[in-house]
Design a protein around this ligand. Structure first.
Ligand code: NAP
Length: 426
């Protein structure tokens, strides 16, 4: 019997897991716009040709912001000597080794940008792509299933603030923040109240910014004890005048840089309207059954679309689940059942206000998929993440020195050879 043909768009973490698992039961072709794998983790791994847009939103000297023990995979382990918080290249290597170990059966087309995916009359999908080597000759192939695995932390959510063109300093989005050294002696304002604002404010501080201030709309404080030079303002920006930002409470401050840490949008310009996912960033994305099957066409899968706590764990479980749906091992419920299940899932997600609840919800989701596929369940990883949140609240400049016990062996991780603050290497 011929195997079904599956197109996977994107070769970042989700695409790496998708191609490895699904190629056990199908003929998989991965399309990747870059010349190397890695997606977000491909930062400085490939030579970009101007004016190519950098997909990765990462920057030099980036350490992971949650301990690796929270998402280390049962069938792919980190070296036991590594500390809990590792740097970007370690994660890149981890993903690459997963592909080398499990993903060799998939065909990977690098330098191939998918331009268009449409649903054909025969319930198949026509994928049109352009190979960088032959930009004038779009190519087309037909597939039985499509897996969209392009991530959702690359295309900036870029609000335009009233009169921002009157600001004489430089305004960038966090996506384009690249290297803390550029901010030495500078006055920096971070807009947003989440991970990028926090991490980039601290990067600027450690690389010697004159000051880095964080302004956001959330009435709740971020809750950290900031080091001297980093300030979370009590008020949101309102207006601009030269190098001054005027805040809603009438105060003002001078800045050289404004970094909009306002998050990212789910953006799939290559998908035709009838199979396009529309969702906000949340722990339960919209319009997907089991957070990965497109309700309006269950032969289309979107992976890794939720806000992330257990990241790799979720990507891997989704890849097993999609594999089992494609092979028929797991039958897909009726349309009505999927809709009902989805609505219940969304309603449950809507009740959460505390980060601990969101982490545990994602843990239950991972286990739900594991139950369906027979994969190893998530055990104590959620509690590792909850401990992580507590240590971060206790000391946001030092939490990356904490060592966690390996979930599988019980052994304590290695120690940092250099503290996060003292590390200035890319
Ligand atoms: P995010 O978590 O989506 O946060 C976006 C922030 O921007 C929120 O505070 C949001 O406020 C605010 N915002 C959105 N639109 C706004 C507007 N029009 N005006 C004012 N504020 C607005 O995005 P993120 O912080 O970039 O994080 C994205 C992902 O990157 C996360 O998964 C994070 O873990 C990861 N990350 C990792 C590292 C690391 O590993 N070192 C560093 C940075 C980021 P509301 O919530 O009120 O809408």
């Amino acid at each position: 019997m011929t195997k079904p043909k599956v197109a996977v768009v994107g070769f970042g973490p989700s695409g790496i897991f998708a191609s490895a698992s699904i190629s056990e039961v199908a003929d998989v072709t991965v399309f990747e716009r870059a010349s190397v794998m890695g997606g977000q983790w491909n930062f400085m791994e490939e030579e970009l040709v101007e004016p190519d847009r950098q997909h990765s939103s990462m920057y030099t000297c980036l350490w992971i912001n949650a301990p690796k023990e929270a998402y280390e995979l049962p069938n792919h382990r980190f070296d036991g000597e590594l500390p809990s918080y590792v740097k970007r290249p370690v994660m890149y290597r981890y993903l690459k080794e997963y592909h080398l170990k499990y993903g060799q059966a998939a065909k990977v087309k690098f330098n191939c940008k998918v331009e268009n995916v449409t649903n054909t009359a025969k319930d198949k999908f026509s994928v049109t792509w352009v190979d960088n080597a032959q930009p004038d000759y779009p190519q087309m192939e037909t597939f039985d299933y499509v897996v969209v695995a392009v991530g959702h932390f690359s295309v900036p959510n870029d609000p335009i603030f009233t009169n921002e063109d009157k600001f004489t300093g430089k305004i960038i989005h966090a996506h384009d923040y690249r290297d803390g050294r550029m901010y030495k002696d500078k006055r920096v304002l971070l807009v947003g109240g989440s991970y990028s604002a926090e991490d980039i404010a601290l990067q600027c501080w450690k690389f010697g910014a004159k000051y880095s201030h964080i302004t956001h709309k959330n009435p709740n404080r971020m809750g950290y004890q900031w080091p001297k030079g980093v300030v979370e303002t009590e008020t949101f920006l309102k207006d601009f005048d030269g190098d001054k930002v005027i805040f809603e409470d009438g105060s003002s401050e001078e800045y050289d840089y404004i970094v909009k840490c306002t998050g990212y949008v789910h953006h799939f310009p290559f998908m035709s309207e009838d199979i396009l996912l529309k969702t906000e960033n949340s722990f339960c994305p919209e319009n997907l059954y089991q957070q990965c099957v497109l309700l309006k066409n269950p032969k289309v899968f979107y992976m890794g679309m939720a806000n992330q706590a257990l990241s790799m764990t979720i990507f891997q479980h989704q890849s097993f689940y999609i594999r089992d749906l494609i092979s028929g091992k797991i039958p897909l419920p009726s349309k009505d059942e999927m809709q009902t299940h989805y609505e219940a899932d969304r309603a449950e997600n809507a009740t959460f206000t505390h980060p601990f609840e969101m982490v545990r919800y994602q843990g239950r989701y991972a286990n739900r998929l594991a139950e369906l596929t027979g994969a190893v369940k998530n055990g104590g990883q959620c509690e590792i993440l909850i401990e992580w949140i507590k240590t971060k609240l206790a000391d946001v400049t030092d939490y990356r020195n904490k060592q966690f016990n390996n979930f599988y062996t019980g052994n304590l991780s290695g120690e940092n050879k250099v503290n996060w603050f003292d590390d200035r290497e890319p």
